[in-house]
Design a protein around this ligand. Structure first.
Ligand SMILES: Nc1ncnc2c1ncn2[C@@H]1O[C@H](COP(=O)(O)OP(=O)(O)O)[C@@H](O)[C@H]1O
Ligand SMILES: [Mg+2]
Length: 240
């Protein structure tokens, strides 16, 4: 978000003393006392060597994994301890996900794939959801392919559709695990520009795990992990 000093921005997501163990095949602590905050409209990247716990952390932040110790809050309200149904409703309304592998339904058109989370949320009529889906496809420059089955699109095009799908409900937070991991430079740049735009101009928060240094550097802050710890919380950049 532009023009608001970092310290005065609202905290949107907060993790406090998150610890996680995997028990199989042996007991092993994958996350070690993770505490951090993310501000509204912040574009945050999480980096670190393969195996240090980034995906495990993101999975907890996404509320999909509830088997952890510690506290997760959004907008000052605890997400820890909510029922699976409450969490599913929360995810539908507030979170959008972009993964390295997009998981589109191959037989469905691009448009139908983008509409799905909108229909699931049930906040708008199907006509409105269709219009919104076209807008999101336009944002990723895929509106001309709206009626093609997603299986007929290239990898980069499918990833752009997956982004449109993640944005259909105007999520408060967009989470990505290696969202550009599978893309060429042109498509990576487009994903970056969209994330930059929606964080700056809509105040949507971006949290991405990435190996791409340009992508991470272009955001507002980088958190670095090593062996289950946060070893640097990064420095927020001054946004002009
Ligand atoms: N379901 C699981 N059961 C046991 N160990 C796991 C499981 N998932 C991941 N791990 C281990 O936890 C560590 C962190 O994994 P992960 O979060 O995927 O790392 P990163 O995303 O940083 O590469 C790795 O050592 C991985 O092998
Ligand atoms: Mg990972």
């Amino acid at each position: 978000m532009k023009n608001i000093p970092y310290s005065e921005r609202a905290t949107i997501l907060k993790a406090t003393n998150v610890n996680k163990f995997f028990l199989d095949p042996v007991k092993f602590q994958v996350l070690k006392d993770i505490s951090f905050e993310v501000k509204k409209g912040e574009f945050l990247s999480i980096v670190g060597k393969s195996g240090c716990g980034k995906s495990t952390l993101l999975y907890i932040l996404s509320t999909m994994d509830t088997a952890y110790d510690g506290l997760l809050e959004m907008n000052g309200k605890s997400l820890t301890g909510l029922t699976q149904n409450q969490l599913a409703a929360f995810r539908n309304e507030h979170l959008g996900f972009v993964f390295q592998f997009h998981f589109l339904l191959p037989e469905f058109t691009a448009l139908q794939n983008v509409m799905l989370p909108g229909l699931k949320l049930g906040k708008f009529s199907s006509k409105e959801i269709e219009e919104r889906a076209y807008q999101k496809l336009k944002l990723v420059d895929m509106h001309e392919h709206a009626l093609k089955p997603s299986s007929k699109l290239s990898g980069g095009q499918q990833q752009r559709v997956a982004i449109a799908r993640a944005l259909i409900n105007d999520p408060t937070i967009v989470m990505g695990d290696e969202p550009t991991g599978n893309l060429d430079k042109a498509n990576s740049d487009m994903v970056y520009s969209i994330f930059r735009d929606i964080s700056h101009n809509n105040g949507q928060t971006i949290i991405t795990v990435t190996h791409d240094p340009d992508f991470a550097e272009g955001g507002d802050r980088i958190i670095e992990m090593s062996d289950g710890h946060i070893i640097s919380h990064g420095h927020e950049k001054t946004v002009q």
